[in-house]
Design a protein around this ligand. Sequence first.
Ligand SMILES: Nc1ncnc2c1ncn2[C@@H]1O[C@H](COP(=O)(O)OP(=O)(O)O)[C@@H](O)[C@H]1O
Ligand SMILES: [Mg+2]
Length: 312
Amino acid sequence: MNCISAKNLSKSYGSVRAVNEINLSVKSGQVFGFLGPNGAGKSTAIKLLTTLIPPSKGSLSILGVDAIKNPLDVRHKIGVVLQQPSYEPTLSVEKSLEKYGMMWDVPKAERIKRMEQLIQDFDLGEIRKKRNEDLSIGQRRRVQVAREFMHDMDLLFLDEPTVGLDPSTRRKLLDYLKNKVSTGLTIFYTTHVLTEAEYLCDEIAIIDKGKILTVASPDSLKTKFGKEKTIKIHIITKEDEISHVLSGIKDCKIDFNSGTNITIHSHESELVLLQVLKALNENEIEIEDLSAVPTNLEEIFLKMVEDNASNH
Ligand SMILES: Nc1ncnc2c1ncn2[C@@H]1O[C@H](COP(=O)(O)OP(=O)(O)O)[C@@H](O)[C@H]1O
Ligand SMILES: [Mg+2]
Protein backbone atom coordinates (compact mmCIF):
# COMPACT_ATOMS: atom_id res chain seq x y z
CA MET A 1 0.00 0.00 0.00
CA ASN A 2 1.09 3.53 -0.64
CA CYS A 3 1.38 5.50 2.59
CA ILE A 4 1.87 8.76 0.76
CA SER A 5 0.56 9.54 -2.64
CA ALA A 6 1.01 13.08 -3.95
CA LYS A 7 0.19 14.41 -7.38
CA ASN A 8 1.42 17.74 -8.70
CA LEU A 9 1.66 19.01 -5.15
CA SER A 10 2.76 22.65 -5.15
CA LYS A 11 3.26 25.51 -2.76
CA SER A 12 4.18 29.03 -3.80
CA TYR A 13 5.10 31.96 -1.62
CA GLY A 14 4.62 34.94 -3.88
CA SER A 15 6.89 34.27 -6.82
CA VAL A 16 8.90 31.58 -4.98
CA ARG A 17 7.83 28.07 -5.94
CA ALA A 18 8.93 26.40 -2.73
CA VAL A 19 7.44 23.07 -3.83
CA ASN A 20 6.84 22.74 -7.53
CA GLU A 21 4.52 20.00 -8.83
CA ILE A 22 6.00 17.08 -6.97
CA ASN A 23 4.73 13.55 -7.47
CA LEU A 24 5.37 11.00 -4.77
CA SER A 25 4.40 7.47 -3.95
CA VAL A 26 5.86 6.15 -0.74
CA LYS A 27 5.35 2.52 0.16
CA SER A 28 4.68 1.32 3.71
CA GLY A 29 7.42 -0.07 5.88
CA GLN A 30 10.33 1.90 4.48
CA VAL A 31 12.35 5.01 5.09
CA PHE A 32 11.81 7.46 2.29
CA GLY A 33 14.50 10.13 2.16
CA PHE A 34 14.09 13.66 0.93
CA LEU A 35 17.57 14.89 0.17
CA GLY A 36 18.39 18.41 -0.88
CA PRO A 37 20.44 21.50 -0.11
CA ASN A 38 19.22 24.36 2.07
CA GLY A 39 16.22 26.09 0.57
CA ALA A 40 15.37 23.12 -1.68
CA GLY A 41 11.83 22.89 -0.33
CA LYS A 42 12.18 20.02 2.15
CA SER A 43 10.49 21.72 5.11
CA THR A 44 7.72 23.10 2.93
CA ALA A 45 7.14 19.60 1.55
CA ILE A 46 6.90 18.17 5.08
CA LYS A 47 4.42 20.86 6.10
CA LEU A 48 2.31 20.07 3.04
CA LEU A 49 2.43 16.32 3.59
CA THR A 50 1.49 16.68 7.26
CA THR A 51 -1.38 19.08 6.40
CA LEU A 52 0.12 21.93 8.43
CA ILE A 53 -0.16 24.18 5.37
CA PRO A 54 -2.56 23.81 2.44
CA PRO A 55 -1.10 23.31 -1.04
CA SER A 56 -1.46 25.95 -3.77
CA LYS A 57 -2.52 23.06 -5.97
CA GLY A 58 -2.32 19.31 -6.35
CA SER A 59 -3.79 16.28 -4.59
CA LEU A 60 -2.58 14.32 -1.59
CA SER A 61 -3.52 11.07 0.01
CA ILE A 62 -1.96 10.03 3.35
CA LEU A 63 -2.60 6.52 4.71
CA GLY A 64 -5.56 6.27 2.36
CA VAL A 65 -7.15 9.51 3.58
CA ASP A 66 -7.72 12.51 1.29
CA ALA A 67 -5.47 14.94 3.12
CA ILE A 68 -6.89 18.06 1.49
CA LYS A 69 -10.46 17.27 2.49
CA ASN A 70 -9.76 15.64 5.85
CA PRO A 71 -6.57 17.09 7.32
CA LEU A 72 -7.56 16.36 10.93
CA ASP A 73 -8.06 12.66 10.21
CA VAL A 74 -4.55 12.59 8.82
CA ARG A 75 -3.02 14.39 11.78
CA HIS A 76 -4.39 11.81 14.23
CA LYS A 77 -2.54 9.03 12.46
CA ILE A 78 0.88 10.51 11.93
CA GLY A 79 3.84 11.75 13.92
CA VAL A 80 5.71 14.93 13.01
CA VAL A 81 8.98 16.40 14.19
CA LEU A 82 9.47 19.75 12.51
CA GLN A 83 12.75 21.50 11.97
CA GLN A 84 12.16 24.33 14.41
CA PRO A 85 12.54 23.54 18.09
CA SER A 86 9.38 23.05 20.06
CA TYR A 87 9.49 22.69 23.81
CA GLU A 88 8.14 24.21 26.97
CA PRO A 89 11.13 25.90 28.60
CA THR A 90 10.32 25.21 32.24
CA LEU A 91 9.17 21.58 31.92
CA SER A 92 11.57 18.82 32.86
CA VAL A 93 12.49 16.20 30.28
CA GLU A 94 10.34 13.52 31.90
CA LYS A 95 7.41 15.88 32.33
CA SER A 96 7.52 16.93 28.69
CA LEU A 97 7.44 13.29 27.60
CA GLU A 98 4.54 12.57 29.92
CA LYS A 99 2.61 15.66 28.93
CA TYR A 100 2.99 14.79 25.29
CA GLY A 101 1.58 11.34 26.00
CA MET A 102 -1.37 12.99 27.74
CA MET A 103 -2.03 15.15 24.71
CA TRP A 104 -2.31 11.98 22.68
CA ASP A 105 -4.66 10.38 25.25
CA VAL A 106 -2.23 7.62 26.18
CA PRO A 107 -3.53 6.02 29.43
CA LYS A 108 -1.48 6.80 32.56
CA ALA A 109 0.13 3.39 33.13
CA GLU A 110 1.10 3.10 29.48
CA ARG A 111 2.41 6.66 29.54
CA ILE A 112 4.79 5.94 32.40
CA LYS A 113 5.94 2.74 30.76
CA ARG A 114 6.68 4.47 27.48
CA MET A 115 8.37 7.39 29.15
CA GLU A 116 10.77 5.06 31.00
CA GLN A 117 11.49 3.12 27.83
CA LEU A 118 12.24 6.28 25.86
CA ILE A 119 14.44 7.70 28.62
CA GLN A 120 16.44 4.51 28.29
CA ASP A 121 16.42 4.31 24.48
CA PHE A 122 17.41 7.95 24.01
CA ASP A 123 19.95 8.07 26.87
CA LEU A 124 18.01 10.72 28.73
CA GLY A 125 18.58 9.27 32.22
CA GLU A 126 21.06 11.87 33.35
CA ILE A 127 18.99 14.80 32.19
CA ARG A 128 15.51 13.52 33.02
CA LYS A 129 14.99 16.06 35.82
CA LYS A 130 16.53 18.96 33.92
CA ARG A 131 14.37 21.71 32.53
CA ASN A 132 14.22 22.00 28.75
CA GLU A 133 15.65 25.51 28.83
CA ASP A 134 18.78 24.19 30.56
CA LEU A 135 19.52 21.59 27.86
CA SER A 136 21.95 21.87 24.96
CA ILE A 137 20.52 22.17 21.45
CA GLY A 138 21.37 18.54 20.71
CA GLN A 139 19.74 17.34 23.94
CA ARG A 140 16.58 19.30 23.17
CA ARG A 141 16.48 17.80 19.72
CA ARG A 142 16.77 14.30 21.20
CA VAL A 143 13.92 14.99 23.59
CA GLN A 144 11.85 16.41 20.74
CA VAL A 145 12.32 13.26 18.65
CA ALA A 146 11.87 10.88 21.63
CA ARG A 147 8.63 12.62 22.59
CA GLU A 148 7.05 11.72 19.26
CA PHE A 149 7.35 8.04 20.16
CA MET A 150 5.04 8.52 23.17
CA HIS A 151 2.16 7.75 20.84
CA ASP A 152 1.45 5.09 18.24
CA MET A 153 1.58 6.00 14.60
CA ASP A 154 1.90 4.38 11.20
CA LEU A 155 3.79 7.17 9.55
CA LEU A 156 6.40 9.51 10.98
CA PHE A 157 7.76 12.68 9.39
CA LEU A 158 11.16 13.89 10.53
CA ASP A 159 12.60 17.17 9.29
CA GLU A 160 16.39 17.11 9.64
CA PRO A 161 16.26 15.49 13.09
CA THR A 162 20.00 14.99 13.46
CA VAL A 163 21.07 18.62 13.15
CA GLY A 164 23.02 19.50 16.28
CA LEU A 165 23.70 15.88 17.29
CA ASP A 166 27.23 14.57 17.68
CA PRO A 167 28.25 11.66 15.41
CA SER A 168 27.64 8.88 17.93
CA THR A 169 24.26 10.22 19.06
CA ARG A 170 23.36 10.69 15.42
CA ARG A 171 24.21 7.08 14.62
CA LYS A 172 22.23 5.86 17.63
CA LEU A 173 19.18 7.77 16.48
CA LEU A 174 19.45 6.39 12.94
CA ASP A 175 19.71 2.86 14.33
CA TYR A 176 16.73 3.45 16.60
CA LEU A 177 14.71 4.58 13.57
CA LYS A 178 15.86 1.62 11.48
CA ASN A 179 14.69 -0.68 14.24
CA LYS A 180 11.26 0.99 14.37
CA VAL A 181 10.91 0.58 10.61
CA SER A 182 11.66 -3.13 10.93
CA THR A 183 8.59 -3.38 13.16
CA GLY A 184 6.32 -1.71 10.60
CA LEU A 185 6.72 2.06 10.91
CA THR A 186 7.08 4.14 7.74
CA ILE A 187 9.34 7.19 7.93
CA PHE A 188 9.57 10.23 5.70
CA TYR A 189 12.95 11.73 6.42
CA THR A 190 14.55 14.94 5.20
CA THR A 191 18.24 15.67 5.29
CA HIS A 192 20.91 17.62 3.46
CA VAL A 193 23.49 15.01 4.48
CA LEU A 194 23.96 12.41 1.80
CA THR A 195 25.78 9.81 3.91
CA GLU A 196 22.86 9.86 6.31
CA ALA A 197 20.34 9.25 3.52
CA GLU A 198 22.53 6.46 2.18
CA TYR A 199 22.72 4.79 5.60
CA LEU A 200 19.08 5.06 6.51
CA CYS A 201 16.87 5.29 3.45
CA ASP A 202 15.38 2.62 1.20
CA GLU A 203 14.52 5.23 -1.39
CA ILE A 204 15.88 8.70 -1.89
CA ALA A 205 14.28 11.60 -3.71
CA ILE A 206 16.74 14.30 -4.62
CA ILE A 207 15.05 17.67 -4.44
CA ASP A 208 16.29 21.10 -5.47
CA LYS A 209 14.48 24.37 -6.08
CA GLY A 210 11.16 22.76 -5.31
CA LYS A 211 11.52 20.02 -7.93
CA ILE A 212 12.20 16.33 -7.50
CA LEU A 213 15.18 15.56 -9.73
CA THR A 214 15.19 11.81 -9.29
CA VAL A 215 13.83 9.04 -7.06
CA ALA A 216 15.82 5.86 -6.57
CA SER A 217 17.33 3.48 -4.04
CA PRO A 218 20.86 4.37 -2.93
CA ASP A 219 22.15 1.32 -4.81
CA SER A 220 20.38 2.05 -8.05
CA LEU A 221 21.48 5.67 -7.88
CA LYS A 222 25.00 4.35 -7.86
CA THR A 223 24.39 1.92 -10.74
CA LYS A 224 22.50 4.49 -12.76
CA PHE A 225 25.10 7.19 -12.44
CA GLY A 226 28.13 5.19 -11.39
CA LYS A 227 29.09 4.48 -15.00
CA GLU A 228 29.59 8.16 -15.44
CA LYS A 229 33.22 8.85 -14.77
CA THR A 230 35.27 11.96 -14.57
CA ILE A 231 38.70 11.96 -16.13
CA LYS A 232 41.00 14.86 -15.59
CA ILE A 233 43.83 15.63 -17.96
CA HIS A 234 46.41 18.25 -17.27
CA ILE A 235 48.35 19.50 -20.25
CA ILE A 236 51.05 22.03 -20.80
CA THR A 237 49.58 23.65 -23.92
CA LYS A 238 47.50 26.78 -23.51
CA GLU A 239 43.72 26.74 -23.74
CA ASP A 240 43.26 28.57 -27.06
CA GLU A 241 45.51 26.08 -28.84
CA ILE A 242 43.72 23.06 -27.44
CA SER A 243 40.20 24.30 -28.15
CA HIS A 244 40.23 23.63 -31.86
CA VAL A 245 42.13 20.35 -31.46
CA LEU A 246 39.30 18.90 -29.38
CA SER A 247 36.44 20.69 -31.09
CA GLY A 248 35.45 17.68 -33.22
CA ILE A 249 34.95 15.27 -30.33
CA LYS A 250 31.28 14.73 -29.61
CA ASP A 251 29.23 13.27 -26.77
CA CYS A 252 31.35 14.51 -23.98
CA LYS A 253 31.70 17.53 -21.86
CA ILE A 254 35.14 19.01 -22.00
CA ASP A 255 35.65 21.93 -19.70
CA PHE A 256 38.64 24.15 -19.59
CA ASN A 257 39.39 24.91 -16.01
CA SER A 258 42.20 27.23 -15.04
CA GLY A 259 43.63 27.16 -18.55
CA THR A 260 45.20 23.79 -18.94
CA ASN A 261 42.86 21.21 -17.44
CA ILE A 262 40.56 19.11 -19.56
CA THR A 263 37.74 17.40 -17.76
CA ILE A 264 35.86 14.59 -19.42
CA HIS A 265 32.60 13.69 -17.77
CA SER A 266 30.69 11.08 -19.68
CA HIS A 267 28.90 7.73 -19.58
CA GLU A 268 31.43 6.63 -22.16
CA SER A 269 34.44 8.26 -20.66
CA GLU A 270 36.86 5.56 -21.84
CA LEU A 271 35.78 6.03 -25.44
CA VAL A 272 35.98 9.78 -25.20
CA LEU A 273 39.36 9.48 -23.54
CA LEU A 274 40.70 7.50 -26.49
CA GLN A 275 39.53 10.20 -28.88
CA VAL A 276 41.06 12.92 -26.77
CA LEU A 277 44.38 11.08 -26.45
CA LYS A 278 44.45 10.51 -30.21
CA ALA A 279 43.81 14.19 -30.94
CA LEU A 280 46.42 15.29 -28.42
CA ASN A 281 48.94 12.85 -29.85
CA GLU A 282 48.33 13.92 -33.44
CA ASN A 283 48.95 17.51 -32.44
CA GLU A 284 51.97 16.59 -30.37
CA ILE A 285 50.50 17.98 -27.20
CA GLU A 286 52.12 16.60 -24.11
CA ILE A 287 50.12 15.31 -21.16
CA GLU A 288 51.39 16.23 -17.76
CA ASP A 289 48.94 14.33 -15.62
CA LEU A 290 45.91 12.13 -16.08
CA SER A 291 43.56 10.83 -13.40
CA ALA A 292 40.17 9.16 -13.19
CA VAL A 293 37.86 10.24 -10.41
CA PRO A 294 35.52 7.51 -9.21
CA THR A 295 31.91 8.61 -8.93
CA ASN A 296 30.37 8.35 -5.50
CA LEU A 297 26.91 9.34 -4.35
CA GLU A 298 28.18 12.63 -3.01
CA GLU A 299 29.33 13.61 -6.50
CA ILE A 300 26.12 12.41 -8.10
CA PHE A 301 24.19 14.55 -5.67
CA LEU A 302 26.37 17.61 -6.13
CA LYS A 303 26.33 17.24 -9.90
CA MET A 304 22.55 16.92 -10.08
CA VAL A 305 22.11 20.04 -8.00
CA GLU A 306 24.73 21.89 -10.04
CA ASP A 307 23.16 20.86 -13.35
CA ASN A 308 19.77 21.91 -12.04
CA ALA A 309 21.15 25.30 -11.06
CA SER A 310 22.70 25.85 -14.49
CA ASN A 311 19.40 25.00 -16.17
CA HIS A 312 17.74 27.94 -14.46
N1 LIG B 1 6.64 30.94 5.05
C1 LIG B 1 7.38 31.27 3.98
N2 LIG B 1 7.23 32.46 3.37
C2 LIG B 1 7.99 32.77 2.29
N3 LIG B 1 8.90 31.96 1.73
C3 LIG B 1 9.10 30.77 2.30
C4 LIG B 1 8.36 30.35 3.46
N4 LIG B 1 8.77 29.11 3.80
C5 LIG B 1 9.72 28.77 2.89
N5 LIG B 1 9.93 29.75 2.01
C6 LIG B 1 10.88 29.70 0.86
O1 LIG B 1 10.67 28.50 0.17
C7 LIG B 1 11.90 27.89 -0.23
C8 LIG B 1 12.03 26.51 0.37
O2 LIG B 1 12.20 26.62 1.78
P1 LIG B 1 12.24 25.34 2.73
O3 LIG B 1 11.10 24.46 2.43
O4 LIG B 1 12.36 25.83 4.13
O5 LIG B 1 13.61 24.64 2.26
P2 LIG B 1 14.51 23.54 3.02
O6 LIG B 1 13.74 23.00 4.16
O7 LIG B 1 14.83 22.51 1.97
O8 LIG B 1 15.75 24.26 3.46
C9 LIG B 1 12.99 28.87 0.21
O9 LIG B 1 13.28 29.69 -0.89
C10 LIG B 1 12.33 29.64 1.32
O10 LIG B 1 12.90 30.92 1.45
MG1 LIG C 1 14.22 22.86 6.12
